[in-house]
Design a binder for this molecule. Sequence first.
Ligand SMILES: Nc1ncnc2c1ncn2[C@@H]1O[C@H](COP(=O)(O)OP(=O)(O)OP(=O)(O)O)[C@@H](O)[C@H]1O
Ligand SMILES: [Mg+2]
Length: 361
Amino acid sequence: MITQQDVMEVLKTVKDPELGRSLVDLGMIRTVEVEGDKVKVVVALTIAGCPMKKRIVEDVRNAVKTLGVREVEVELTTMTPEEKEKIFGPKAKQVKEKKALKDVRHIIAVASGKGGVGKTTVAVNLAVALSKKGYKVGILDADIYGPNVHILMGLEGEKPFSRDQKLIPVERWGIKVMSFGFLAPEGQPIIWRGPLIHRALSDLAEVVDWGVLDFLVIDLPPGTGDAPLTVAQEFPLRGVVVVTTPQRLSIADVSRSINMFNELGTRIIGIVENMAYLKAGDQEIPVFGEGGGEKLAHELRVPFLGKIPLDPEISKSGDIGKPAALNPETPVGKIYAEIADKVVDKALEYEKLGSCGLKRV
Ligand SMILES: Nc1ncnc2c1ncn2[C@@H]1O[C@H](COP(=O)(O)OP(=O)(O)OP(=O)(O)O)[C@@H](O)[C@H]1O
Ligand SMILES: [Mg+2]
């Protein structure tokens, strides 16, 4: 005899495809009725017409069927605003419309769980590759501890100017650049504490005049601390690009980072594997192990955006402030261009999906 309890137990294994948490934990299972070998489950979606609903229905049906049930009926309904607030917390309401960002179409953060994996290098080259494709692009350095986007963009010593109480980004190769590095005295560390980080970043979201942009790329500091958290809460992100290297250690950190964004209801654009191999003639030597990022993307059911080789040209071009992606004809330039294409595709797909399943509803 199958009980309601048995059904709830198997439903604990069914995750919301976007939030990565179990439907049971999310309070999305309204009722379960068992009648002999027939089961009816009512699932409350975050919004009606959610494009993910087909998959949720399938997953629920398949899970319940493992109990040997003959017939599974899945009915859909929608959560009340109160129910949503219970799950996502009052924070869900706090993502304010930022006037300064209203003409920015896609905001994409570049994150990683671990330091030094090449986030900033990927962020800058992604911005350049997008700009080379004809998009209007801005890049914001949100790494308040060690800002270096301005260095990679060849803008050391530059300062943004202000107009009508707004900060005007510095432009380079048609890309608008804003970095804490412009604001801090050269060579001096900035010591920020939690609440100040939050203030600084949320002020920055309001105060920079980006104008009309197709893409704003945000370079995050590593980890899951205050800064990535604040960015995900204060900027209406289209999604996050997560950078990893192939080592297992780095990969454990990436899973943590992805989980954090999942919990915050921010979509993952995909994983980039940096320093994936060393090219020697025609050979690709996997210095740090092979295919870790791709495997992880598969496991976590997020897109894989591509592999970037460990290439002295990449670090050299960073040092001299001329990102490798400026030349889309070189092998490395081509790789960045392909990654940019995938980012564009995903951004458009997520734009179409709207806030379905996410807390920004
Ligand atoms: N694919 C690559 N090939 C060679 N060198 C690279 C590559 N990617 C990044 N680097 C170099 O590795 C170093 C670290 O890169 P980067 O600053 O982009 O990492 P990060 O993840 O942003 O670091 P942090 O966590 O400190 O912000 C830099 O010197 C950079 O030039
Ligand atoms: Mg960095």
